[in-house]
Design a binder for this molecule. Structure first.
Ligand SMILES: [Mn+2]
Length: 229
């Protein structure tokens, strides 16, 4: 299918006001557009479960792909897996998210099961070709020089500068995870790097941050309102 727009929304981190602010602006049309959510719906905000449930509902729709972020990975590990991440979720924003989930579970005993099923089935990347150009979407990035199929979960969910500094592939890679102001001081808009990397995490959890969306086919950018906290 030829998409009119291929849209990617970056890290939300529990800021539902900012999410609605940017989502209203993009006027998503599921029959024409593809929408990719780059992960990190939860943690560090005040409406973590609302953002997660929004992503859960959206993921049921046609032409919406909701990827897994490292925060979803930490949450999943906390509840469902043994491993190195099962202790790190709560101190990394998970405590507030867990309180919200606990409250939801009191009203709905199936809530945890539904959340875990959603987290477990999130893809780690999405690949699409349009007009002869390949686009790869994932939460954090790729280890340079390694084919997509051989990328580890660790790279796809956690990598930072090794990716955006040294990636030199021909596919355009669109990620969240590393806030744009890590690269440029106070910069809270998506960054289009010369080496085919687009960074869309614009500091949703920061006072002057935004949630942002990029149409990768046209380079159009939408952001949550500046006065939206
Ligand atoms: Mn993040």
């Amino acid at each position: 299918m030829e998409y009119e727009r291929i849209l990617a929304i970056g890290d939300m981190h529990g800021n539902f006001n900012r999410l609605l602010s940017v989502f209203r602006k993009i006027q998503f049309r599921p029959e024409n557009d593809l929408l990719i959510l780059l992960g990190d719906y939860i943690d560090r905000g005040t409406e973590n479960m609302r953002c997660l449930r929004w992503a859960m509902e959206m993921s049921e729709k046609e032409n919406v792909i909701a990827l897994r972020g490292n925060h979803e990975q930490m949450m999943l590990a906390y509840y469902a897996m043994e491993g190195e991440y099962n202790e790190i979720w709560l101190p990394n924003g998970g405590s507030a998210t867990k309180r919200e989930l606990d409250a939801w579970m009191k009203r709905d005993p199936d809530a945890l099961k539904r959340v875990l099923r959603f987290l477990l089935h999130r893809p780690l990347y999405h690949r699409v070709t349009a007009n002869g150009q390949e686009y790869i979407f994932c939460h954090a990035g790729l280890k340079p020089g390694i084919p997509l199929e051989e990328q580890t979960e660790d790279s796809l969910l956690w990598i930072r500068s090794e990716f955006y500094k040294y990636y030199n592939g021909s596919s355009i890679v669109i990620v969240g995870h590393t806030p744009t102001l890590y690269l440029l001081p106070d910069h809270t808009a998506p960054i289009f790097l010369k080496n085919n990397v687009i960074l869309v995490d614009t500091g949703s959890f920061l006072p002057n941050g935004h949630i942002s969306c990029v149409d990768v086919l046209h380079g159009t950018v939408w952001q949550s309102d500046a006065n939206c906290s």
